[in-house]
Design a protein around this ligand. Structure first.
Ligand SMILES: [Zn+2]
Ligand SMILES: [Zn+2]
Length: 353
């Protein structure tokens, strides 16, 4: 089958013929119909801190935002059938550890990030394997297309989990979102759907106007103001109730925290780049004196997809709105390369394999 394959960190990504995925007893093989292209794929390809120790083999396949149709089912699988339309959370859970048993598959002790660990080939190819399928497979409602699901990707469910389950966003709150890439734009859209007033911050006007289309009531181009958090506090009558750093660089993380009003909540969803090496200094005294909370959010627990689907069904959320373009597998290497200059707006989704 054809797939986009890794060679070396930051090196060429090549389209190659590779072996079919190997089916295990508890797994299924899915024919890929759509797969989002994400900044996490870019980080992994480049060998950024979180990924550098993972040592991907030549021939590794990224891609963790798929939707497709089940074509092969392992002998021990009970609840998934050939022909089922499915997706999976990017963090695959074993279904048996304490976190999985309490419904928090996103922080499974043995989680395997699809396509983002050497032992897990992803969905930038014609087919991919899902381990522990009974636990991980999410059946798509008829109303959700494969392209919409791929548009939803890791970004949409990460933002949904961050704002709905981790922070306490209520209607009328000010929510500031730093970084209007995929996660950030999704956060803007979801916060708006929850009834919040959203401020979007980025360096690119093009991304900010996309954020406005998705519901941001105010935007700040960080190039245009000397003190970004002060500008946000001025726009939000003293500070946001909830801040989101969707980028993960020191400056956006710190500025996001400084944009909060007293007792505000910061949700960190962006992972850091090489520069930060996984650590960012925080305005600790300010956090103490203003009783600020700093919250991490990763992915979304498998059992909570239905909430998201219900909200989509009601018409409140439209994940397809963040899709910028549909592309072919052959275009994938150049699209990942273009992310190096941050010059992508919205989400490209592969629909031709
Ligand atoms: Zn687990
Ligand atoms: Zn992703």
């Amino acid at each position: 089958m054809r797939a986009v394959t890794f060679t070396t960190p930051g090196g060429p990504l090549e389209i190659r013929e590779i072996d079919e995925p190997e089916l295990d007893e508890t797994g299924v093989v899915v024919e890929t119909e759509a797969c989002g292209i994400c900044r996490s794929d870019w980080h992994a390809w480049r060998g950024d801190p979180l990924w550098e120790s993972r040592d991907f083999d030549d021939g590794h396949v990224f891609g963790h935002e798929p939707a497709g149709v089940v074509v092969e089912v392992g002998s021990e699988v009970e609840h998934v059938r050939e022909g089922d339309r499915v997706t999976v959370p990017f963090n695959l859970g074993d279904g048996t550890c304490p976190s999985c048993r309490s419904g928090r598959s996103n922080v499974c002790d043995n989680r395997i990030p699809l396509g983002l660990a050497p032992e897990s080939k992803g969905a930038f190819g014609e087919r991919f394997h899902v381990p522990w399928a009974d636990y991980n497979v999410v059946h798509l409602p008829d109303s959700v297309s494969s392209v919409e699901m791929a548009g939803l990707g890791c970004r949409f469910m990460t933002s949904f989990h961050a704002l709905v389950h981790r922070a306490d966003v209520t209607a009328g709150d000010w929510v500031v979102v730093y970084g209007c890439g995929g996660v950030g734009l999704s956060a803007v859209h979801i916060a708006d759907a929850l009834g919040a007033n959203v401020v979007a911050v980025d360096l690119f006007d093009e991304k900010l106007s996309f954020a406005s289309e998705l519901g941001a009531v105010e935007t700040v181009n960080a190039n245009d103001v000397a003190d970004v958090p002060a500008a946000v506090r001025a726009l939000t009558d003293g500070g946001a109730h909830v801040s989101v750093d969707a980028l993960g660089i020191a400056e956006t993380c710190q500025n996001a925290v400084k944009s909060l009003r007293k007792r505000g909540q910061h949700v960190q969803v962006g992972l850091t780049s090489n520069e930060e090496g996984g650590e960012v200094a925080l305005p600790t005294d300010r956090m103490v004196l203003n009783e600020l909370q700093f919250i991490g959010a990763v992915g979304m627990p498998r059992p909570r997809y239905d909430e998201l689907f219900r909200m989509m069904d009601r018409g409140g959320l439209d994940p397809a709105a963040v899709i910028s373009e549909t592309v072919s597998l052959d275009q994938t290497p150049e699209i990942l390369a273009s992310m190096t200059d941050f010059d992508t707006v919205g989400i490209p989704v592969i629909t031709e394999f």
